[in-house]
Design a protein around this ligand. Structure first.
Ligand code: HEC
Ligand code: HEC
Length: 197
């Protein structure tokens, strides 16, 4: 597992540094996204389906990372695996540039009062804000999670907890391993209700 992660990381670093984001084409990304991705991820990258993540305003490097991991099977997904397979490196760069250029998705719901009260201390104690940023809006290859779909967040945290979600460096897997079901429910509820610029 550790070896495999190291190989994925090296290949991804090569991909991210070989061609700077500026060299990619957001318009080509938009055309591909409207034809192939919008039916599930929504028009302008704002999903209306509970288990499909929004992509609008997601971090460029994280979108490349996610597609890269779906394509090589490191992040197993029956839905995204076959969709990512035929994408060329250029497509990954164009799609990431397009989605990251959009206005970030709005929070689709308000957190329950108890989760809203308990959430901030939990994200501090479990270091979420250290990597995902003070407003959980992400940075570099760490994803924006503020306002993401609650069902999607719950599924991903459970998958990390169970050790079967693709994970670039293993950090999320070790962090989620220590979370209880109640922590996961509170975190997903709180984070999904955050509206952040
Ligand atoms: C049939 C519906 C469907 C289509 C079409 C689709 N996706 Fe997805 N996508 C999903 C689902 C469901 C997930 C969550 C997969 C998982 O984690 O198992 C996902 C996850 C993703 C993620 C990861 C986001 C994150 O926050 O980790 C990215 C990036 C992504 N898709 C990009 C694309 C792109 C680009 C296209 C078009 C080329 C596309 N998707 C087409 C359903 C779809
Ligand atoms: C050491 C840095 C780090 C810390 C601390 C951290 N994360 Fe993450 N998180 C990441 C990275 C990197 C990824 C992307 C991993 C990948 O896909 O390879 C990620 C992915 C995620 C995802 C999946 C998002 C998506 O779009 O699929 C969720 C949800 C998440 N983190 C929530 C949390 C929560 C909640 C906490 C605190 C309990 C936390 N993270 C703490 C670095 C971190």
């Amino acid at each position: 597992m550790i070896r495999r992660t190291a190989v994925v990381t090296a290949a991804l670093c090569a991909l991210l540094t070989a061609v700077p984001a500026a060299a990619y084409d957001a318009e080509a990304g938009r055309q591909k996204a409207e034809a192939n991705c919008a039916p599930c991820h929504g028009k302008d990258g704002v999903s209306e389906q509970p288990t499909v993540p929004s992509l609008a305003g997601q971090k460029n490097d994280y979108v490349v990372l996610a597609l890269f991991q779906f394509r090589n099977g490191h992040r197993p997904s029956e839905v995204m695996g076959p969709i990512a397979k035929p994408l060329a490196d250029n497509d990954l760069g164009n799609l990431a540039k397009y989605y990251s250029s959009l206005q970030p998705w709005p929070a689709g719901r308000a957190a329950d009062a108890s989760a809203a009260a308990a959430g901030p201390a939990l994200t501090l104690k479990d270091h979420c804000i250290q990597c995902h940023g003070p407003n959980l809006t992400g940075q570099d290859s760490v994803p924006r999670i503020a306002g993401q779909k609650i069902d999607y967040l719950t599924m991903q945290l459970k998958a990390f907890h169970a050790g079967n979600r693709g994970d670039i460096d293993g950090n999320m897997t070790s962090i989620a391993a220590a979370l209880s079901d109640a922590d996961i429910a509170t975190l997903a509820d709180y984070v999904s209700g955050l509206s952040a610029p």
